[in-house]
Design a protein around this ligand. Structure first.
Ligand SMILES: Cc1cc2nc3c(=O)[nH]c(=O)nc-3n(C[C@H](O)[C@H](O)[C@H](O)COP(=O)(O)OP(=O)(O)OC[C@H]3O[C@@H](n4cnc5c(N)ncnc54)[C@H](O)[C@@H]3O)c2cc1C
Length: 483
């Protein structure tokens, strides 16, 4: 464990991708940076966990078993846009950027259509024209409209209205275009069209990418880079308070110690930063009103399935990412319902982690926090078992012998995500789009106070988090030079 100084130029609270990237950029600019993380490992939602092979979920849940010969599950390594290569090369290093590879097979299977695609503009144009019988001009106009959207645009048109304008009455087309983006950033048909359009266009430019080697390797390489650039890192360091006096940041309190600093960049949940870490009394009434009206994004459930050593998964049948649904049409309430109809499966093959011979499946759903919070311990455990069982049943459609070849299963719920990251409501993507304006206004309220982390639009997901970390680090750097 690093021995901490009593004073830093900048303290970054939280080591999600935004927090780590901001810390790296600021350290490269020769600031003295301290990175504090409440969990015992870095990464935030970009994380993984190990389990011992050959044992059932309940005997090892919660343990920190060694990975030797065991299983490794990735939580949020399912897919991100190509822009991640450029961002990692520029703000991290070539070792990280060179491991980012494209996923070949993205599948959809629902009552309206079953297709396999490379998930880029050429293939989607081809599909929309040949399979969905949309004119080429219309498709081109839609793609160009989505690509020209900017987070500076006015946000009055909803995604639903955008689709109605281009593809009236075509629920199948809406599903093809929207369902993956709902999984990628939590945006829904009712959200502003630009929260959809920007992310959709980012993916469409070249398809869906992943990090070869797994999240554990990514975070190890990031940690090495942070250390090489002189960032002091302290894990198991849950910040209790950001101390403010005279409208300026003074220090943070962590594990009972007070550390002086000129600036704080919080990567913790936006609402948690304002209302818990700083305290409402430090802000103007108007700002507090605006911050209170910021909505949290939805949460998730996940089921992790390890395949027995020696058994395999059929890549042709499963693909890399499979958006499956039994719902007759795409609806936000059905996506979030406890009565699950839609699941996204990530299939991990040995090539995901070269050098291993293991296969894994992670099944994710969007979920409402309130459906899981407040259950009794017995109800909660039973609900988790039901979730695992229902998932195995649903997966039999694509992997008929899954119950025979699954060696280990475990589930995570909205309360799991809340516990590990401190995100209010176990939010998977921070806040809805209105969080961005509040996040950007923090330094006008309190000198030296900044936030970078998931706030909807493009500032969420792996690429959004990295890029927002860079934007805010540059703001902090400019302010430090001026003050
Ligand atoms: C199930 C799931 C699947 C996902 N799949 C994808 C995907 O396929 N592609 C994609 O691009 N994105 C995906 N995401 C989203 C993506 O993982 C996140 O948007 C991104 O990792 C968030 O990064 P962040 O920097 O905002 O911070 P977070 O990852 O939210 O990290 C915040 C950090 O702050 C720490 N912290 C909070 N409070 C304190 C405190 N008081 N003191 C110290 N530390 C504190 C937390 O412990 C945490 O480490 C997924 C998310 C989930 C939940």
């Amino acid at each position: 464990m690093t021995s901490l100084s009593s004073q830093y130029d900048i303290i970054v609270i939280g080591s999600g991708l935004a927090g780590m990237t901001a810390a790296n950029v600021l350290a490269r600019s020769k600031h003295r940076v301290l990175l504090l993380e409440k969990h015992y490992k870095l990464g935030g939602l970009a994380t993984w966990f190990h389990r011992t092979a050959g044992r059932n979920a309940h005997s090892v849940a919660g343990s920190n078993a060694s990975s030797k010969g065991g299983h490794v599950f990735d939580i949020s390594l399912h897919g991100f846009p190509v822009g991640m290569i450029k961002s990692c090369r520029r703000y991290w290093n070539a070792k990280i950027a060179d491991r980012i590879v494209v996923l070949q097979r993205i599948k959809f299977d629902n009552p309206q259509f079953s297709i396999t695609t490379t998930f880029n503009r050429d293939d989607f144009t081809h599909l929309l024209v040949t399979r969905f019988q949309i004119s080429e001009d219309r498709v081109k106009e839609f793609f160009d409209t989505a690509r020209n959207m900017s987070h500076l645009d006015n946000a009055t048109m909803t995604a639903k209205e955008l689709f109605e304008r281009f593809f009236p009455g075509r629920e199948d087309v809406v599903r093809l275009l929207m369902e993956p983006i709902t999984y990628a950033n939590g945006s829904t048909l009712e959200d502003p069209a630009l929260t959809y359009g920007i992310v959709f266009s980012n993916f469409m430019s070249k398809g869906v990418y992943t990090f070869q080697g797994g999240t554990d390797l990514l975070v190890r390489l990031m940690r090495e880079e942070l250390t090489a650039n002189g960032v002091d890192i302290a894990v198991s360091s849950d910040v209790q308070k950001i101390n403010v006096a005279g409208g300026c940041v003074q220090s943070v309190t962590v594990n009972g110690q007070t550390i002086q600093t000129k600036a704080v960049l919080s990567n913790a949940n936006l609402k948690g930063t304002i209302f818990s870490l700083v305290g409402r009394e430090q802000f103007s009434n108007d700002f507090i009103e605006e911050a209170e009206s910021v909505r949290l994004n939805n949460s998730s459930t996940q089921v992790y399935i390890a395949i027995k050593p020696g058994e395999t998964l059929d890549e042709e049948a499963c693909g890399d990412l499979l958006f499956s649904s039994t719902a007759p049409a795409f609806r936000t309430d059905m996506l979030l319902s406890r009565n699950i109809t839609s699941r996204t499966y990530s299939f991990y093959y040995p090539r995901t982690r070269p050098g291993t011979d293991r296969y894994y499946v992670v099944a994710s759903t969007n979920a409402n926090y309130d459906d899981w919070n407040g259950l009794s311990k017995t109800e909660y455990e039973q609900s988790k078992r039901d979730l695992i069982d229902d998932t195995l049943t649903a997966l039999q459609k694509y992997v008929p012998n899954i119950r025979d070849i699954a060696e280990y299963t475990e589930a995570a719920t909205p309360t799991t995500f809340e516990r590990f990251t401190g995100h209010w409501g176990g939010s998977s993507f921070g806040t809805k789009f209105e969080g961005l304006a509040v996040s950007r206004k923090l330094p006008q309220q309190i000198a030296g106070l900044y936030h970078a982390g998931s706030v909807g639009i493009i500032m969420s997901g792996w690429l959004g988090a990295v890029n927002y970390g860079v934007i805010v680090a540059n703001d902090v750097d400019a302010w430090m030079l001026d003050s």
